[in-house]
Design a protein around this ligand. Structure first.
Ligand SMILES: *Cc1c(COP(=O)(O)O)cnc(C)c1O
Length: 357
């Protein structure tokens, strides 16, 4: 069976050695030495000024909204994982969808300003498949209209834009370290807040709002990463450069094998050093996609329809039509992508796709 991804696992012995430190300390969570060490190593690896390790990649979005006191309408993208939208709704705000750019698949920055009303408090956009949004334009709009900017950078481990970590853009960026993501801690994630006061506030909010043992700075939640999760991260991190190299090889093979004449391809924004996180393939029609997906499934190959459905079609939201996002969502398939995917398997996947186009 070939799935869309296969979690990278370090040698178990190496994980056990790190885990033993948690046993020796008799310390499982509440920001033990392993979480602190992982944070220090990630700061170095990513080249960021600060980080808060969390227990998943969804709570950081909710903490970001809470920390900046966002109310009313938040402008967002319909082409993302459900967590982007659900976090807005869960925090009592109203998601206002702006359609996406047909080539970059990120929020269409030219359509943002006309969606701003007196109730708009922020823009929450996703760097889709590690492809950065038009951050310069978005941040200029935000400044002009005094809006906050949050980036859902769940797919962006290691991505740089204009020579700088993508996590340094916006007021707050978030990442996911879920097992299906590039770098993982089983479940996990991170908050990158771009001012010291905001970082300190997010830090307190991710730990119940504690400001010291008996003082509270505000309404918090428990989003702490455990020592068990951090141990996995510490075991995986040394392999990341190798993981990236192998994924690049797989992507090169796909590019060689698949015939892109007449096929629409995602455009990676200029100035990006990308992370090979996904291999999206956009079909001409939903019918063509379903036919190909069926043929792949028959050979026990299971790509995933990221992202489907378009989030404006969630059952708990008021209906609004977004033609580009809905069209792309219905036609896009993320192909299997992981370091151990063999050349013959890639050839098989490509020949099934080509024979169904
Ligand atoms: C995976 C993902 C999340 C959620 O992260 P979890 O760690 O699973 O909570 C949020 N946004 C996007 C775009 C994602 O792909």
């Amino acid at each position: 069976m070939i799935n869309v991804t296969k979690t990278f696992l370090p040698p178990q012995q190496e994980y056990n050695v790190i885990l033993k430190r948690a046993w020796d300390n008799n310390w499982m969570t509440n920001r033990g030495v392993l979480v602190q060490e992982l944070e220090e190593k990630l700061i170095k690896y990513l080249g960021v000024p600060n980080i808060i390790a969390t227990t998943n990649g969804t709570l950081p979005l909710q903490i970001a909204i809470k920390a900046m006191g966002l109310k009313g309408e938040i402008i967002t993208t319909p082409f993302s994982y459900v967590a982007t939208t659900s976090s807005i709704v869960w925090e009592g705000c109203n998601p206002i969808f702006v359609d996406i750019h047909p080539d970059y698949l990120t929020i269409d920055e030219s359509k943002i300003e006309s969606a701003i009303t007196k109730n708009t408090s922020a823009i929450l956009a996703t760097h889709v498949f590690g492809n950065p949004c038009a951050v310069d334009v978005i941040e200029a709009i935000a400044k002009k209209h005094q809006l906050k900017v949050i980036y859902d950078a769940a797919h962006c481990f290691g991505v740089k834009y204009e020579g700088q970590s993508i996590f340094e853009y916006g007021d707050i960026s978030t990442c996911s370290f879920h097992a299906t993501k590039l770098f993982h801690t089983g479940e996990g994630g991170a908050i990158f807040a771009n001012t010291k006061p905001l970082h300190d506030l997010c830090f307190q909010l991710h730990n119940f709002g504690h400001k010291g043992q008996e003082d509270f700075s505000g309404l918090g939640i428990n989003a702490k990463m455990s020592e068990l999760q951090a141990a996995m991260g510490l075991a995986v991190l040394p392999y990341m450069n190798d993981v990236l190299k192998k994924r690049k090889k797989v992507i090169d093979l796909y590019n060689e094998n698949l015939n892109f004449s007449g096929v629409q391809k995602i455009k990676i924004r200029e100035g990006t050093s990308w992370n090979y996180s996904y291999y999206p393939f956009i079909f001409e029609s939903k019918k063509q996609l379903l036919r190909t997906e069926n043929a792949l499934n028959e050979q026990c190959i299971y790509p995933r329809r990221y992202f489907y459905p378009s989030l404006n079609q969630l059952p708990y939201l008021k209906k609004k039509v977004l033609p580009i996002s809905e069209s792309i969502s219905s036609r896009i398939l993320c192909l299997p992508l992981y370091g151990e995917l063999r050349k013959d398997e890639i050839n098989q996947i490509c020949s099934i796709i080509l024979s169904n186009l």
